[in-house]
Design a protein around this ligand. Structure first.
Ligand code: 5AD
Ligand code: SF4
Length: 466
């Protein structure tokens, strides 16, 4: 077994700590302890929280949505942009009230921010009521950290260590039909703006057998929409040396029997291949939908971002994908205001958006991150100019999204119903294969099922049907 996989002995040791910590808490409280988990950031963080909940559940924890009712509160944080960090600190600040009302409540701070020196220093110095601080690499050691906190009464910090793969923890997921399934962790790409490789470590792929087994289990449990997760799924397997790549993995999952569909994120354009699109086209359970972050429409900026592709290569990929899957939905990420981005560069981004016509776009204003290459680049564009570019980009994309969505009106799509609608005029909501949100006039008995829905109306953000 590769040395990135946490050994069975170490996992067994953690199970012993889980037992000890669980007992200690039960004795103190005279009942099962309650935990509240709060997650910021991406799907990978959501999946990590599900693993943590698995660990907590093994220790006898029950769960509550209300932090004030909890004996243990965990903030799983995100470091991707400054705004995310401010939100996490704001929430931890708020939690001081909870500690005042219930001094025995334990407060934990973990995730990507806990892999950052400056954030850790701030937690240690400015938030003395945080009991346990642990990074993404220490997640599986949580039982030991909790036991240490309970048995010594001292604050516990575990923010070092190397990136690992943890197997053998049963995540506590949300009820079907949707499930996250991590296939790999970390990133090797070092895009010049991005903090992820620093906080999540180098790329490491899970064993394909484990992934396929987990997918089979999910299908047997009634999950119908499985999202394979990784920072860059297209480089899955490169570190395994087992002759398996992401397309091969997709095929193996497609071969699992059952009524389900599978999607994945995120794909780096430099590693998205024709083989991938051919595989998507030929596998009936693989959704014809891809999130392919382009980041900028300017080759010069892409070079500075260290993205390792140009716009010609990107648009060629899109052309090929659409030639083998005409119905494919396409989404992307764009950063505006990267250091040195000129009006001319920005216009190239607008041109690209108008040319490709993404179904939707996640747009961000560049945020300077410590330790990254871009943090050292001269950045003279004023904040209000960046905001104006952001607004212009949004206006163009909103128009395109609305136009694309309006084309759905009058047609019927297979929708997986997955929750209650937040729109007061509709009862339930669901997703098409292309991941379009659909609000539906229907009934609760549709929940978790595929239904053919006729689209009656469309907006920039959603479709509406019955
Ligand atoms: N500033 C702004 N956006 C960023 N992203 C990543 N790092 C930064 C940053 N420093 C965006 C990218 C990425 C998405 C997940 O977040 O667009 O694809
Ligand atoms: Fe960050 Fe680039 Fe890795 Fe994505 S591929 S996580 S943007 S470094």
């Amino acid at each position: 077994m590769r040395d990135t996989v946490v050994s069975a002995e170490k996992m067994a040791e953690q199970r012993e700590y889980a037992d000890l910590a669980g007992r200690l808490l039960y004795e103190r409280l005279g009942r099962n302890p309650k935990a509240c988990t709060v997650t910021f950031g991406c799907q990978q963080n959501e999946a990590d929280t599900e693993l943590l909940r698995g660990i907590l559940s093994e220790m006898g924890f029950l769960f509550t949505e209300k932090a004030q009712d909890a004996d243990l509160i965990i903030f799983n944080t995100c470091a991707i942009r400054e705004h995310a960090e401010m939100r996490a600190f704001g929430n931890v600040g708020q939690a001081s009230h909870i500690k005042r009302a219930n001094p025995d409540a334990l407060l934990c701070f973990c995730g990507c921010m806990a892999q950052e020196q400056s954030a850790c220093a701030k937690i240690k110095n400015s938030f003395p009521y945080v009991d346990i601080l642990f990074g993404t690499h220490a997640l599986y050691r949580f039982p030991q950290l909790l036991y240490k906190r309970l048995s010594t009464g001292k604050r516990v910090f575990d923010t070092d260590g190397e990136g690992v793969i943890v197997e053998g923890i049963e995540p506590v997921r949300k009820a079907p039909p949707n499930a996250w399934l991590s296939i790999m962790f970390g990133c090797n790409n070092f895009c010049s703006y991005c903090i992820v490789p620093f906080v999540r470590g180098r790329e490491r792929s899970r064993d394909p057998e484990r992934i396929v087994d987990e997918a089979k289990k999910l299908v047997s449990e009634g999950y119908k929409d499985i999202t394979l997760l990784g920072q860059n799924v297209n480089s899955y397997g490169n570190d395994l040396g087992a002759g398996i790549d992401f397309s091969d993995l997709l095929k193996r999952i497609n071969d699992i029997e059952g009524d389900f569909r599978v999607r994945f994120m995120t794909s780096h354009p430099k590693d998205a291949s024709k083989k991938l699109f051919d595989t998507m086209a030929s596998c009936e359970k693989v959704c014809k939908s891809i999130h392919l972050p382009v980041q900028s429409g300017s080759d010069r900026i892409l070079g500075l971002m260290n993205r390792k592709y140009g716009i010609e290569q990107y648009t060629e990929l899109v052309r090929y994908a659409r030639s083998v899957m005409p119905e494919i939905t396409l989404t992307s990420d764009v950063i505006v205001g990267f250091p040195g981005e000129t009006e001319e560069d920005f216009i190239k981004t607008l041109d690209l958006i108008n040319e490709v016509r993404f179904d939707s776009l996640f747009t961000f204003i560049y945020s300077k991150r410590e330790r990254t290459k871009a943090a050292l680049m001269e950045d003279l564009t004023p904040a209000d100019e960046k905001q104006r570019r952001f607004d212009r980009l949004l206006e163009v994309q909103n128009r395109i999204s609305r136009e694309i969505n309006e084309n759905y009106v009058g047609k019927t799509f297979k929708v997986l119903i997955d929750g209650e609608s937040e729109d007061e005029n509709y009862t339930v909501k669901g997703r098409t294969e292309g991941f379009k949100l659909v609000h539906i006039k229907g009934s609760g008995e549709m929940m978790g099922k595929y239904k053919n829905i006729e689209i009656e109306r469309a907006s920039t953000w959603a479709l509406f049907g019955r």
